[in-house]
Design a protein around this ligand. Structure first.
Ligand SMILES: NC(=O)c1ccc[n+]([C@@H]2O[C@H](COP(=O)([O-])OP(=O)(O)OC[C@H]3O[C@@H](n4cnc5c(N)ncnc54)[C@H](O)[C@@H]3O)[C@@H](O)[C@H]2O)c1
Length: 364
């Protein structure tokens, strides 16, 4: 355990929508303290800082010159992740980044290399794969309640971010846009947590509309170009032999499909949406008998911030974060390989691998 009992000080870069969840998650920990924040739009930083009583730094450089900052929390849009994470690691800070680690395999490699040579720790969202529900699902599979995992389906389908986001261009831009880049971290991440790494993918996709109309905010009515497939049907083969069908879409107005189902040799498991974490793990027995709830341990902590609280624990104990750079890189590799498969019309082997997340030390 770290000799210094003072909390690790966090500097937050990017003060948009997701920042409030992190502020709640950090306040729930006595090992973390949010001390400063910055944003390209200074008004965003001021609103957040004034509401919570921490300092505003004028720029990323100014934030990195603050010697008291131990961890940089990167909550900027995906296209900015690489540069900010690398600058923070090079300035000697541990980093917790929002997903994805970067928008291309090459960029993610540069981030991983910088982390490896920096002697600092790097962890990456989404931490929803560490929720009590997802841990219960893993316990259920590992204990053999559904037999051997055979296959899985995961569905994330909606009609795109232009319905509610005032600046949705990034969700349709290449690289890094489209429903698979935006959401695979949650669903594929959850499946990696259950099954282990992915070895092969194939995918088909289509772009249904060449433009999207912004439906809210100051740019309402503006058309934005769509540069990526917006309905993607991907098949993933896992090292443990299971295969998954993952459908992600920004083209669907409504659906009644479940979020994740796992098909075992003895029974089926139905999992709630890892993004919202609402609901429980249900087992549907092989004989058509009544569905049973798999029991979950209650958690004293909010879901938000599980990943950065675990990073603090890794710093304290000279360990590695559970959501480590290897897992984050593997997910980016899968995302880009799915897009490669769509453009090249063939199956893609996944060169990278990762450790199955080691959940043992997570506090309940
Ligand atoms: N884990 C989750 O549940 C979850 C949910 C939503 C979003 N996200 C991720 O969180 C990140 C942020 O999403 P959001 O919805 O808060 O976005 P947002 O657009 O609401 O906020 C992003 C903020 O970053 C600022 N910014 C942009 N570039 C910057 C730069 N170079 N330096 C400093 N500030 C910069 C913007 O001005 C804005 O205030 C994204 O990576 C997204 O993928 C995660």
């Amino acid at each position: 355990m770290r000799a210094n009992p003072d909390p690790l000080r966090v500097g937050m870069v990017g003060c948009g929508r997701v920042s409030s969840k992190y502020i709640e998650g950090i306040h729930a920990s006595d090992r973390l303290s949010l001390v400063t924040c910055t944003d390209l739009n200074p008004a965003n930083a001021r609103v957040v800082a004034n509401a919570h009583g921490f300092e505003v730094a004028d720029s990323l450089d100014a934030l990195l010159q603050n010697d008291s900052v131990d961890i940089v929390l990167n909550l900027t849009p995906p296209h900015a992740h690489e540069a900010i994470t690398i600058s923070a690691l090079e300035a000697g800070r541990h980093v917790y980044s929002e997903k994805p680690l970067a928008t291309t395999r090459e960029a993610a490699r540069r981030v991983v290399r910088t982390a490896a040579s920096s002697a600092r720790l790097l962890a990456c969202a989404p931490d929803q794969i560490l929720t009590g529900t997802m841990r219960a699902a893993r316990e259920m599979i590992d204990a053999g309640h559904i037999g051997n995992p055979v296959a899985a389906t995961a569905f994330m389908m909606n009609h795109g971010h232009e319905q509610w986001h005032p600046d949705p261009g990034g969700y349709y831009a290449s690289p890094g846009g489209g429903p698979f880049y935006n959401r695979a971290g949650y669903y594929v991440g959850a499946l990696i947590n259950l099954f282990g790494p992915v070895v092969e993918v194939s995918a088909m996709g289509r772009t249904t509309w060449p433009h999207r109309e912004i439906k809210t905010g100051p740019r309402i009515g503006e058309l934005i170009p769509v540069e990526v497939p917006t309905h993607i049907s991907a098949n993933l083969a896992f090292e443990n032999g299971a295969i998954a069908t993952v459908v992600t879409s920004f083209d669907v107005w409504n659906t009644s499909l479940p979020r994740i189902e796992i098909y075992g040799s003895d029974a089926t498991a139905v999992l709630p949406d890892p993004v919202t974490n609402n609901g429980s793990v249900l087992i549907l027995p092989r004989d058509g008998g009544e569905a049973q709830n798999f029991p979950m341990r209650p958690s004293q902590y909010p879901v938000a911030g599980t990943g950065i609280r675990d990073l603090a624990s890794a710093v304290d104990n000279n360990g590695q974060p559970i959501l480590d750079a290897g897992l984050a890189y593997h997910i980016v590799d899968i995302m880009e390989s799915v897009h490669d498969s769509m453009t090249q019309g063939r199956t893609q082997q996944i060169e990278s691998s990762c450790r199955r997340p080691e959940l043992g030390r997570l506090a309940s």
